[in-house]
Write a protein that binds this ligand. Structure first.
Ligand SMILES: [Zn+2]
Length: 195
């Protein structure tokens, strides 16, 4: 009985996905790596590739990555809203953009932060950005999680087992629900972040 139920659910899932083909959406990502931050090109590449694999489950293809390594004065090496504002003013780049920084001055201190539209009303200069410190664990998963916040323009977390949007980053948490993917695709497209 349990086997039949499982089979039925599996078929239902396949039928659902086969019946509603999703047009692929493309993502162009800018990655700004601060020289001397502790980030390397290799680590950045691995993180971006892993994040792209995770977001592919929503029919999103990472089509292009522009990786820039820039030298900045010491007061811009660590994330804070004023430093982020200044960095985006001095080095304007296409969004969505990921900044690989040394550390954070935010309290509480997060290894990675997402700035969408909803949480940037007082700081619109840094909308649609992700900030990751060199200390970030599982950087590919952390990057996918923060990009999902930006694309969905939502700070919402999930309690579902294995979900990418659980509060804590873990190698086990990489899946997104159909509802999350729909929001990511719809909001990301509406905000011009997915094409
Ligand atoms: Zn989060």
């Amino acid at each position: 009985m349990r086997v039949r139920l499982f089979t039925g659910l599996a078929c239902a899932a396949l039928a659902c996905c086969a019946a509603v083909p999703q047009p692929r959406l493309t993502l162009h990502l800018t990655v700004v790596m601060l020289e001397g931050s502790g980030w390397t090109r290799e680590r950045a590449d691995v993180a971006v590739r892993e994040a792209a694999t995770i977001l592919a489950q929503c029919g999103v293809t990472l089509e292009r990555v522009d990786l820039l390594a820039i030298a900045v004065p010491p007061d811009l090496m660590d994330f804070s809203t004023p430093a982020a504002r200044e960095l985006s003013r001095v080095h304007p780049v296409a969004r969505p953009a990921v900044y690989l920084v040394r550390d954070t001055r935010s309290r509480p201190a997060f290894d990675a932060e997402a700035v969408g539209r909803g949480n940037s009303r007082t700081r619109p200069e840094i909308a649609d950005t992700v900030w990751m410190t060199a200390a970030a664990r599982d950087p590919g998963i952390a990057l996918a999680h923060e990009l999902a916040h930006v694309l969905m323009d939502s700070g919402e977390h999930s309690e579902a087992a294995g979900n990418l949007m659980r509060g804590e980053t873990s190698a086990r948490n990489t899946s997104l629900s159909a509802r999350q993917c729909a929001r990511l695709r719809d909001t990301g497209s509406a905000n011009g972040l997915l094409k």
